[in-house]
Ligand binder design. Structure first.
Ligand SMILES: Nc1nc2c(ncn2[C@@H]2O[C@H](COP(=O)(O)OP(=O)(O)OP(=O)(O)O)[C@@H](O)[C@H]2O)c(=O)[nH]1
Ligand SMILES: [Mg+2]
Length: 200
């Protein structure tokens, strides 16, 4: 993918703020701190277009990144960190539901999980939402640079099992420290954009 112009079109909290251009959208969901904003920066070769932070809860809005007036990459607010009030969790749920349940241009939501850990209950719920709204589950396992070689196979098997992934589903290793996964994610996006069949 040869990218020329990328920009943040809008940080939305309500459907009436979503872009109306109709470009296809690919969204990234996952726990706070799993690396959603980092992955978007990596895909776009930008250091800090999407705000990244060691403190969970950095992205609290639905951020639409316009890629060459062709597609949007959508950075979703993270879930699952402790310092959040009931009101904030309800706000998050409403925002996500509004977006996932009725967003016409949304082609696929991609779930990010931390490659070092067993997926959490929230990850399982998110995987179920994604399965409900799309034909398949695509999971990106982040921070593989922090994984010992000897752990890789075991951890990937655990993610596959815990999320009850099947033959149509896809699991991609990813790290921002090298190019692991970057081209695979772009290839998948390109193929989905072209309406081609992805092979699990
Ligand atoms: N070692 C390593 N660190 C990473 C990687 N990806 C992200 N990080 C770090 O993880 C932290 C969180 O990254 P973010 O991209 O802000 O996470 P997020 O999922 O957008 O978090 P929220 O916006 O809170 O939902 C930052 O300190 C990143 O530098 C990776 O592949 N490897
Ligand atoms: Mg973020």
């Amino acid at each position: 993918m040869n990218i020329h112009n990328v920009s943040l079109t809008i940080s939305a909290v309500r459907p009436n703020q979503y872009p109306t251009t109709g470009y296809m959208e690919f969204a990234f969901a996952g726990r706070s701190n799993v690396g959603k904003s980092s992955l978007i920066n990596k895909l776009l070769n930008r250091k800090s277009l999407a705000r990244v932070s060691g403190t969970p809860g950095k992205t609290a809005t639905i951020n639409f990144y316009n890629i060459d007036d062709t597609i949007y990459l959508v950075d979703l607010p993270g879930y699952g960190y402790a310092q959040r009030s009931k009101t904030e969790i309800e706000k998050w749920g409403k925002m996500m539901e509004d977006y996932l349940s009725s967003r016409e241009p949304l082609v696929q939501t991609i779930l990010l999980v931390d490659s070092r850990h067993k997926p959490t209950k929230d990850d399982i719920t998110m995987a179920e939402w994604i399965r409900h709204y799309h034909d398949r589950l695509i999971v990106v396992a982040t921070k593989t640079d922090k994984l010992k070689k000897s752990e890789t196979e075991k951890n990937f098997a655990l993610i596959w099992e815990t999320l009850e992934m099947g033959e149509d589903d896809i699991l991609v290793p990813f790290s921002v420290k090298d190019d692991e996964g970057k081209y695979t994610v772009w290839d998948m996006i390109e193929m989905m954009r072209a309406g081609e069949q992805l092979l699990g």
